[in-house]
Design a protein around this ligand. Structure first.
Ligand code: NAD
Length: 356
């Protein structure tokens, strides 16, 4: 049923989507009113960075290929100085959440519009959320200045993403949409995007695992991750994201696999409290049950389903439960330590999801 009262805030970004769309990078830089673009990428995306630099020709101010996970503050300071020296008037982030995160950290301090060229399904390119790590502390926040002004989604660039990473990155995207469907500030528009985003990823990920070069499936999955990213950038996240931030931040578990393992259990925890959302998630998954559908999508296509398999120590589950219950995000079902501890045990063992 459509809610009768809601607030919807549109996030302005120009999206250029399609196979071969990277060819428009120079004209998109000009459309942003820029003349001197600093290209940012990680070491592994250097070839893509070079391609972009070549296409830009005289519009390229320089290339930095040192983007890494967690956006270290020292690197941000170095690149900020370089951007000033080179008189860059825009940044191009080419790669996954790490390259986009570096561009966002720069845009927080310098008036540099961001053109993002994502190559994973993280969805960061559609959100105003940033994070910067100093020592062991990650400072996160939300600021509209870091929202990319233009995003080029060229599905050809995702063909090199290995099958296993595509699957976990895709389920990470589904997690944004699933929690967006039961968010306190959900609205009819983000819910449409969430349901269609989940459906696009659920039908394309199995095809990608079977044939990573399947162009139609790659386009479908990228379309889905765009929609899921818009949901993440528009409404609040709940228990699932709190659990993943705790597990990733304190126990250093890998981002996308952690999301992949936890999501089914978080949905089972919330199932009774958010029946409408579960119905829409299940419909999108083409399964009778939302939580079980996610569990099977992961398990049946070779993704890890237990925290044990990705390096979690069983002795730390008590601490994880304590931390997850501290300063909880809003959630449709109250956060209670005992059921959360039981949820973590099931996730640790790789057991099927259960409401607790
Ligand atoms: P990432 O950018 O670190 O990429 C993960 C790995 O995939 C890297 O080794 C990278 O080299 C490789 N890779 C990327 N694209 C590839 C391709 N096309 N082919 C082959 N290899 C490729 O991380 P990610 O998974 O994209 O994103 C996760 C990070 O982004 C986390 O740090 C997370 O906190 C952050 N994130 C932020 C937001 C936000 O809104 N701020 C949203 C989602 C994720």
């Amino acid at each position: 049923m459509t809610p009768h009262e809601f607030v919807y805030t549109g996030r302005a970004a120009r999206v250029v989507f399609g196979s071969g769309s990277l060819a428009s990078v120079a004209s998109e830089v000009r459309s942003l009113g820029a003349r001197s673009a600093l290209v940012l990428c990680g070491k592994e995306q250097r070839a893509l960075g070079d391609t972009i630099a070549n296409q830009l020709g005289s519009l390229c101010a320089g290339l930095v290929d040192r983007a890494t996970m967690h956006v270290p503050a020292a690197l941000v300071a170095e690149v900020r100085e370089l951007a000033g020296t080179l008189r860059a008037d825009c940044v191009i982030a080419a790669g996954g959440g790490s390259a986009i995160g570096l561009a966002k950290a720069l845009a927080l301090e310098l008036p540099l519009p961001i053109l993002a060229v994502p190559t994973t399904y993280s969805g960061s390119e559609m959100t105003p959320i940033y994070g910067i790590t100093e020592g062991k502390l990650k400072r996160t926040g939300s600021d509209l200045r870091v929202l990319p002004g233009t995003v080029i989604y060229d599905p050809d660039l995702t063909e090199s993403l290995p099958a296993a990473m595509s699957l976990t990155s895709g389920i990470n995207a589904i997690a944004h949409a699933a929690e967006g469907l039961y968010a306190r500030d959900a609205n009819p528009v983000t819910s449409l995007m969430a349901q269609d985003g989940i459906a696009a990823l659920a039908r394309s990920l199995p095809a990608i695992v079977a044939h990573p070069g399947d162009k139609a499936a790659r386009a479908d999955a990228f379309y889905g991750s765009w929609l899921c990213g818009m949901v993440l950038g528009s409404v609040g996240m709940a228990l699932h994201h709190k659990l993943c931030h705790t597990l990733g931040g304190t126990f250093n578990l890998p981002h996308a696999p952690t999301h992949t393992i936890v999501l089914a259990h978080a949905l089972a925890y919330n199932a009774e409290a958010a029946p409408e959302a579960m119905k829409r998630i299940a419909q999108a998954l083409n399964h009778h049950d939302a939580a079980q559908g996610i569990y099977e999508l992961a398990r049946d296509h070779g993704a890890p389903v237990s925290l044990a398999a990705i390096g979690m120590d069983e002795a730390s589950l008590d601490l994880a439960a304590d931390l997850a219950c501290r300063n909880p995000y809003w959630n449709p079902r109250p956060i209670e330590r005992e059921p959360i501890r039981a949820l973590l045990q099931r996730a640790f063992e790789g057991a099927p999801p259960s409401p607790q």
